[in-house]
Design a protein around this ligand. Structure first.
Ligand code: UT7
Length: 353
């Protein structure tokens, strides 16, 4: 029996114990004891699009959209706004808020589903825009992308693979929205939010509760795959959504996830200073507030009203706005939860920068 055969037939612990023989012992990675968010930033495109400019193509009304979703208006990217340019703007804002030099950023995690290149990722191009040559990669976790990025950045800072990590949530959903689709045309919008995660003397990012339900992958998706588009000569794709199915999953499934994140952080709902859920629908947000029995006076992100659903960007954009407006305290505790296409979700309690 060869070494490899014998190793593969052993349980994992036995293989790990055998590994260093003759190869030396690797230096273990060392990182900070804790991590926290140092600063957040945002970019909102200039173009404001009220419901009145959407309704005609979907046979809807301002009243219906407001009643069903809470949305009054949204921002759409201008011709020169791209996933990369919006990311760079939000990143610069977050770096300034964090009070660090750009050169101190050692990794960029960029969450998006609307970068129009299959490859390469947007993050290395954003790094170049910022004058960086650091580790840079994209993640695809849709509306939960930012919370996934915060979880990874927390682990990277503590694991020693980067001292400061830039987490960006960005979408240009207007590129992937069918203006005649009644279930998405009034919801999706554009923007970018970013956070700098770095070392800390205290735990600044609580344990992340995350997961997926791939059995529902078809409930929010690019309508056709790139190969179907190529083989069948179809038009540029849009993202479609089975609104009611996603709504039910979000309303009934996400409050228990948020509750677990509060418990995992070792606090109670009364300890929270802010609730910043993904901005998908005002009715989903209100239902979660009720189910979680949050304190009556807790500030809750309602950015959806004039920003609509910016997917991965919605949580950092709402955080940045509430901090800037003085609605939530620096150093306070915020519960954040993202959920969306996949279906996937991630939630954690963070200390506000
Ligand atoms: O960000 C990722 C996660 N995404 C979400 O969490 C979004 C979850 N889903 C939603 O937010 C909601 O499902 C929507 C806001 C998309 C839609 O609201 P809804 O209350 O679920 O509407 P519905 O699809 O159940 O439609 C209700 C009625 C229907 O008419 P009938 O059958 O009751 O006569 C629809 O035909 O409203 C009609 N309708 C519309 N009417 C005017 C559907 N879309 C529209 C529209 N304008 N745009």
């Amino acid at each position: 029996m060869t070494g490899a055969e014998s190793a593969s037939s052993q349980p994992a612990q036995a293989r790990a114990a055998d590994a260093p023989k003759g190869t030396g012992i690797l230096r273990p990675p060392t990182g900070a004891a804790h991590a926290r968010i140092w600063g957040v930033g945002g970019f909102r495109p200039e173009r404001v699009v009220p419901n009145s400019q959407i309704v005609e193509l979907i046979d809807s009304s301002d009243e219906w959209i407001q009643e069903r979703s809470g949305i009054k208006s949204r921002r759409w990217a201008g011709p020169n706004d791209t996933v990369v340019s919006m990311s760079a703007a939000a990143a610069r804002d977050a770096i300034a808020a964090a009070g660090i030099e750009t050169s101190q950023v050692e990794a960029i995690i960029l969450a998006t589903v609307t970068h129009p290149y299959q490859t390469p990722a947007a993050a290395p191009i954003v790094a170049e825009e910022l004058g960086l040559r650091c580790a840079a990669f994209d993640i695809s976790a849709a509306c939960a992308g930012y919370c996934h990025g915060i979880a990874m950045a927390n682990d990277m800072v503590r694991g020693g693979s980067a001292r400061f990590v830039l987490v960006i949530g960005v979408e240009k959903l207007s590129d992937f929205t069918d203006a005649t689709d009644r279930s998405t045309a009034f919801i999706f919008a554009d923007g970018a939010g970013a956070a700098v995660v770095g070392p800390s003397d205290f735990p600044g990012i609580g344990p992340t509760i995350w997961g997926s339900d791939g059995s529902q992958w078809e409930t929010i998706k690019q309508n056709e795959s790139w190969t179907e588009i190529r083989d069948q000569g179809l038009a540029f794709p849009s993202i479609g959504m089975q609104g009611q199915s996603v709504f039910r999953w979000a309303v009934w499934g996400m409050a228990p996830v948020a509750r677990r994140a509060i418990e995992a952080a070792g606090i109670t709902p009364d300890d929270l200073d802010a609730f910043i859920p993904h901005q998908a629908n005002l009715r989903i947000i209100d239902a979660m507030v009720k189910q979680l029995k949050l304190p009556a006076d807790i500030p809750v992100a309602h950015d959806i009203v004039d920003t609509a659903n910016t997917s991965a960007a919605s949580i950092p954009l709402a955080t940045e706005r509430m901090l800037r407006a003085g609605e939530i305290p620096h150093g306070g505790l915020a519960l954040q939860i993202g959920f969306g296409a996949g279906l996937v979700y991630a939630a954690q309690v963070v200390v506000l920068p």
